[in-house]
Ligand binder design. Structure first.
Ligand SMILES: [Zn+2]
Length: 508
């Protein structure tokens, strides 16, 4: 009888498929990890958590020029997760290249979310679709939620085997949270999650891994929390964050989660792609795509992305291809409709920062010549030929010969009706920074050096930043007669207001 039972179990073992055995191995690793770290329920039993952190972001694709070392932004912040109240609060203070300050607060409750720009005290509602993303972003700092997510998607659990990482043996498993695949590394001795990574494809790096590393685990109540997090993209350091304090069960006052009284309301962030075309002058159009982006440290940014196009007699000139191909395709369709089929002959870049050129491949597929400054030539050539196996864009599906034209100081486009002058003015935000000036219309298109924040309350002038000051000085030195600034960040400003902002700065 004993022999029979044994042979039965052997044959059961033999009938298990490789996938099944792989699942069981992964499940064991995951269960051990939950044991070692504590589960999400034990985390939430803490009532609430208040974290304060210092952080650095290595701005990949946001330096002074494409070959300069990454610009490093320092940041500090506070994060409160109130599990009982089902709400969260964040505060972040940082600077962009060119000494451009950013100070935000973000609140998410069961009724929705909003961001406060603390200088102007303006409130930006967060679109309903994006509120869940904010909740997930807050949870991503805690391994407990990732483990719970893996358990919820148990059907996709597989073992990837054993790998050494930083001199320690790791059990590596994978699961799919949806439209991606995550590999999770667990220390074989402590069973703690040390790292997780996913693969994606980008126009500047091609196929690359995005990884998050957890270190400095400490016991908090019944669970373990990593006090240091680092993220890397394509092997390059992206962000690092360390907690300077952690308290739990603080019973934060309700007022922190309420909208400030009398605050001006800004546009909703985190919404879907929706083009708004503004006619600035005959044949001159400003396109806001309505999409904001989630920035470093997972806060909703409060600025949007825009571009401009000018319809000449025989062709269309596009100034700036922001973000990605999805936006480019929508804008190209709109241009075709509005410019009665005239070809998009040129797309001009303001500067090489990825968020302002991410849509360039769509215009290359359309047959447009890329017009930029010499320092960006190698980068744009690389972007134009990048294979994107995971998310093939229009250019990947419909290759087109690539054409580029560079200029050092000035490039003029004109016909009998219109003139657009591109000037490379440089400055503190990027070594090569181009503005597009329309002398007849007295309009300038500029990105990041004017109008970076999409909203300042009516009648209020925020103090200018050093990049603004440099921009105004350069415009005056060139003798440009600017009245209207169309910014790459969703905002149309009056040059006079920017001058007031600069005056305000020099007074202080
Ligand atoms: Zn920039």
């Amino acid at each position: 009888l004993l022999l029979l039972a044994f042979s039965c179990s052997v044959s059961a073992q033999q009938t298990k498929s490789f996938s099944q055995r792989s699942y069981e191995r992964a499940r064991q690793v995951l269960d051990e990890a939950v044991q070692a770290t504590g589960d999400a329920k034990s985390l939430e039993a803490l009532g609430d958590i208040k974290l304060q952190y210092v952080a650095r972001a290595f701005e990949i694709g946001q330096s002074a020029n494409p070959t300069a070392p990454y610009y490093i932004t320092q940041a500090e912040g506070t994060r409160i997760l109130d599990f009982h109240g089902k709400r969260s609060y964040q505060e972040l203070s940082t600077h962009f290249l060119g000494d451009i300050p950013l100070r935000l607060k973000e609140v998410v409750t069961e009724n929705g979310g909003f961001t406060i720009e603390t200088t102007s005290n303006a409130v930006y509602p967060i679109a309903a679709a994006s509120v869940a993303g904010s909740v997930r972003a807050a949870q991503s700092f805690f391994p407990q939620y990732l483990l719970a997510n893996a358990l919820n998607r148990a059907f996709s659990l597989r073992s990837l085997g054993v790998e050494n990482y930083r001199g320690r043996r790791q059990n590596v498993i994978a699961f799919s949270p949806g439209d991606s695949l995550l590999a999770l590394y667990f220390d074989a001795k402590t069973h703690l999650l040390t790292r997780y990574e996913s693969l994606g494809d980008s126009i500047t790096f091609g196929v690359a891994s995005f990884e998050t590393v957890f270190t400095d685990y400490r016991q908090v109540g019944a669970i373990k929390i990593p006090f240091r997090l680092t993220t890397r993209f394509a092997g390059e350091m992206n962000t690092e964050l360390s907690y300077t304090s952690l308290e739990f069960n603080t019973h934060t006052e309700d007022s922190l989660f309420e909208m400030p009284k009398g605050a001006e309301l800004g546009p909703t962030t985190g919404g879907n792609l929706s083009l708004t075309v503004t006619r600035l002058a005959p044949d001159v159009y400003y396109v806001n795509n309505g999409l904001s982006a989630r920035g470093n440290f997972c806060l909703n940014n409060i600025f949007f992305y825009s571009q401009m196009f000018v319809v000449f007699k025989d062709y269309v000139l596009v100034i700036e291809p922001p973000r990605n191909d999805i936006i480019s395709q929508a804008v190209i369709a709109k241009i075709k409709e509005m410019a009665s089929g005239k070809p998009i002959k040129y797309v001009a870049l303001t500067h090489y920062h990825t968020d302002h050129l991410g849509g360039v491949r769509g215009y290359i597929a359309e047959g447009a010549t890329v017009v930029t400054t010499p320092g960006n030539k190698n980068l744009i050539e690389r972007i134009a030929s990048m294979p994107l196996p995971f998310n093939p864009d229009t250019l990947a599906r419909r290759p087109h010969p690539f054409a580029i034209e560079t200029f050092t100081d000035k490039r003029v486009f004109n016909d009998l009706e219109h003139t657009v002058e591109l000037y490379n003015i440089g400055g503190p935000h990027a070594d090569e920074m181009v503005i597009a000036y329309l002398p007849k219309e007295k309009i300038v298109f500029a990105s990041d050096i004017a109008g970076i924040f999409a909203f300042v309350p009516q009648g209020q002038i925020a103090q200018a930043n050093p990049a603004n000051v440099d921009f105004v000085q350069k415009v005056d030195k060139l003798g440009l007669k600017v009245e209207t600034i169309a910014s790459g960040h969703g905002r149309i400003e009056k040059m006079d207001d920017l001058r007031k902002a600069v005056a305000l700065r020099s007074q202080k």
